[in-house]
Ligand binder design. Structure first.
Ligand code: ATR
Length: 277
């Protein structure tokens, strides 16, 4: 069987093996997908060893996405824009690095939630790796405006500069700005929480009026219970969605890259949802 892994540290709780097993069963692909725990100082060596054993590809998770980007000998444009890699594909001559997180987010919003981004006002909360990975795939949808807000405003400004350059390179006319949470201007159609505040059960302090019943509030995090951000959004009447669909869609994109077939994600997402308790 063709071999794939998800490499991380920790990696025990990764749902990727279950997701890829479901995709493989559904599409009749003969593949084996396991977890690979790499030592914190041993990512490249773990990849090398897995490749030497005939491994064909890997998903990369915390904390190795930047190292994976450095290890790749060729990057897709969206991986280069993200500065991070979550998907590796090995061949005899190269290591291709891709980043499917952002397109996973966009697919979950546009196709699964049925919310178009074209012409919309989007607010991105956070300016770390998760936020950066989402920028190029979102710009490709040609929103009217992308506001990047972050606790540390200098990081939002840095990301805004990268995003503006991406928009110019794509000839996309989206207006990209950066600010602090308390300076966020006006009302938004879509608000994406790419901060890790939910891990501390915290919510970025947002001004009144940024969201209402017309807003889709999306948290990249997920869990059995709604995150603090989604509880806050629900109180303001927003439509709420967590990141479980993004997880499944990023996996589907990696699977399509490796196997050349696109799996159907709806049933897998339903199964995962039922399994969160
Ligand atoms: P990731 O790869 O998940 O994006 P990261 O690069 O460490 O992780 O980025 C974490 C993001 O969450 C940052 O935008 C961070 O804000 P700062 O740049 O100001 O540190 C944000 N964040 C983390 N905890 C937060 C909190 N309690 N409130 C608001 N923002 C928070």
């Amino acid at each position: 069987k063709d071999r794939y892994v998800v490499i991380g540290n920790p990696v025990t709780h990764s749902k990727s093996p279950a997701i890829h097993a479901a995709f493989a069963a559904q599409t009749g692909q003969q593949m084996d997908y396991q977890r690979l725990l790499a030592p914190l100082d041993g990512f490249a060596a773990s990849v090398r060893a897995f490749r030497a054993q005939g491994g064909l590809g890997a998903n990369v998770t915390v904390p190795f996405k930047l190292e994976a980007c450095a290890l790749a000998t060729r990057l897709t444009p969206r991986a280069a824009a993200a500065g991070a890699v979550n998907t590796l594909q090995f061949s005899d001559t190269q290591i291709l690095g891709d980043n499917t997180d952002g397109i996973g987010l966009v697919t979950d919003i546009v196709q699964n939630a049925g919310v178009a981004l074209r012409g919309k006002r989007i607010l991105l909360l956070g300016a770390g790796g998760a936020a950066r990975g989402a920028v190029l795939p979102m710009l490709e949808q040609q929103p009217a405006m992308l506001v990047i807000a972050n606790r540390t405003v200098s990081k939002a400004q840095e990301l805004q500069q990268l995003a503006s350059a991406d928009a110019a390179a794509q000839a996309v006319r989206t207006v990209v700005t950066a600010c602090r949470f308390e300076e966020i201007p006006g009302h938004f159609d879509v608000i994406i929480n790419a901060t890790s505040a939910s891990l501390q059960d915290a919510v970025p302090m947002l001004p009144a009026g940024v969201m209402d019943g017309r807003t889709l509030a999306y948290d990249m995090m997920y869990g059995a219970q709604p995150t603090a951000f989604l509880r806050f959004a629900a109180q303001h009447g927003a439509q709420c969605r967590d990141g479980l669909g993004m997880l499944v869609e990023q996996a589907a994109e990696a699977f399509a890259l490796w196997r050349g077939v696109r799996p159907d994600t709806a049933g897998v997402l339903q199964q995962l949802r039922a399994g969160l308790q």
